[in-house]
Write a new protein. Structure first.
Length: 317
């Protein structure tokens, strides 16, 4: 199927929003990238349709902005701008989205809206590779939250602290500071289990990068315990947990984890190849050479079968 250059770029933008390599998401490592790139052929038709729908929405919103005044009863200018911001962000038009936030920032008299806008502007500037501006905006937002809203809007504070953790993770590769911000964020998550789960999942990655596999395992397990019933995210967490058992030399737990994941897979040859490869390596270390050879051979066959194997897959085989 022919895919235009603009559609392909847009597809990459949308995939980044689903935790492919992105400076806005702390979840950036081989497992995450592999899981999503393996889904790319199935995602492309959906992305093409989504581009069309978002383009139509953009056109309608621009027409509304041209024809309606700010005091219109049916839809206000600010409401229209907010919807247009969401549209531009989804399309990956970050410069346009930033212009809308800047316009809203001038018009608002609310410190809470100012802090929220600064947080969003920081995220966009990080996506646009402007880390210094991004950090300044994060810190300005943090000052407002801490001064006026730490008690009344703790989840907002938690999300901002997690953004600062991501900034230090991606920009500075300062993993200890990243963990510190995540620990601060945890105290503001309250009973929001999804937010807590994401915090622990991020923490697992940071510990993994620090090669502190024991704490990474604890963090991933805690994230799984808190996670809502999201099959894709739970699969990633279970894979991370099996990987950490593997890294710690806990072969029995790792084998059990990988085998359970294999049973849950349907027609995903690229992921299956990685799981079989990991199993084969463990079995070889345990001296179970017959099963090791069988799994490694099947892994190699699947790798050759995958027409466009992700680079991460190639590195494992």
């Amino acid at each position: 199927m022919f895919v235009s250059t603009s559609l392909w770029k847009h597809g990459n933008r949308l995939l980044r929003r689903q935790r492919l390599p992105s400076r806005t998401s702390i979840l950036y490592h081989t497992t995450e990238r592999l899981l999503l790139r393996a889904k790319l052929p199935d995602l492309l038709p959906r992305l093409e349709k989504q581009v069309d729908l978002l383009s139509e929405k953009e056109e309608k919103l621009l027409n509304l902005l041209r024809t309606r005044s700010s005091d219109d009863d049916q839809i206000s200018r600010n409401e229209c701008l907010s919807k247009l911001f969401d549209c531009y962000e989804e399309l990956g038009y970050y410069d346009y989205a930033l212009q809308i936030l800047e316009e809203q920032q001038v018009a608002t008299n609310s410190p809470l809206e100012t802090a929220d806008n600064l947080h969003k502007m920081g995220q966009l500037n990080l996506r646009l590779n402007r880390p210094v501006i991004s950090r300044t905006q994060y810190e300005q937002a943090l000052q407002i939250y801490r001064t006026e809203y730490a008690e009344t809007h703790p989840q907002r504070m938690a999300r901002l602290l997690m953004s600062l953790a991501a900034w230090h993770f991606h920009v500075r590769h300062d993993y200890e500071t990243s963990v510190d911000f995540l620990e601060q964020a945890e105290t503001h998550c309250g009973d929001d289990h999804d937010l807590l789960a994401r915090n622990y999942q991020h923490r697992g990655l940071v510990y993994r990068k620090m090669q502190d596999f024991a704490n990474a395992l604890k963090s991933y397990q805690r994230a799984l315990d808190l996670s809502s019933d999201n099959s894709d995210n739970n699969f990633e967490l279970l894979l991370n947990i099996a990987d950490m058992h593997n890294a710690l030399g806990e072969w029995s737990s790792a084998i059990t984890g990988y085998e359970c994941l294999l049973q849950s897979l349907k027609d995903d040859d690229s992921i299956r190849a990685v799981l079989l490869h990991n199993l084969g390596k463990i079995q070889s270390q345990l001296g179970n050479y017959s099963n090791a050879e069988s799994n490694l051979q099947e892994s190699l066959r699947l790798k050759r079968h995958v027409r466009s194997a992700p680079s991460e897959l190639a590195k494992t085989l």
